[in-house]
Design a protein around this ligand. Sequence first.
Ligand code: ADP
Length: 270
Amino acid sequence: DATTTLSLRLLPYSDDLWLLVARDVSRLLQLEQMRRDFVANVSHELRTPLTVLHGYLDMLDPSEQPEWAPMLEEMQRQSTRMTQLVEDLLTLSRLESRADLPAEETVPMSGMLAALRREALALGQGRHTVDVEDRAGVDLHGSPRELHSAFSNLVANAVRYTPEGGRVLIVFDHESDGEAGDGVSLSVTDTGPGIPAVHLPRLTERFYRVSNSRSRETGGTGLGLSIVKHVLALHQARLDIRSEVGVGSTFSCHFGAARVRDRLPLEQSA
Ligand code: ADP
């Protein structure tokens, strides 16, 4: 190919000698691109047949054949899950293939926080306490669609892994960011089971799960936190996970000062 990509490493060899190791990673990058394209194409192709299956399943009336009801219900559940998986794979492919965000705008955060609260209550069917604290009173600059998908993945996890009667707290706050000025953070805290420390470094890997059976039961796809990681990277933001087994977890997204915008007066009064 016309372009070659080299990975360079400088290693200390002796007191006054350094070793420069150059490795041709062009082929590796090419394979990685092929993998991404393949996943994106397969996901895209699966969409139509799934929509058809889902549509016909919805039309079947269990009252005509009552003994089929549990099977129909299970088929609907599984086809919903597969649809979610395909959607998440497509989202991840879209995020991976991008070096930056296509269109950025000011994202009104009071609307965002209200939407997250509604989603948490709907998903948990009112079985949790959901609190939102807007201490920052500013807005973010970025992609509304991607940011919403990242935050709502964190909120969905908090609800799904927290047993009935637990609490989910969403806090949007100022954060001192040293020389760069003040940044902000959005954090989601739950009173769920917590995550053992050994798992934390690998949590944002695709399909990585702490406990398979429990995670499957909760209806997740195993892609949520990878999506979060990619969205934050595109916003030069960072994900921080703190968790204590038996106490709960906090997932916080840290945004630098460059991502902060004064809140529009219209929204403040709303
Ligand atoms: P999933 O769809 O399985 O939830 P994620 O990528 O969103 O996939 O999360 C990866 C794994 O991290 C989950 O399977 C779960 O084991 C763990 N996890 C994520 N969020 C929480 C949480 N709030 N409390 C406990 N465990 C969590």
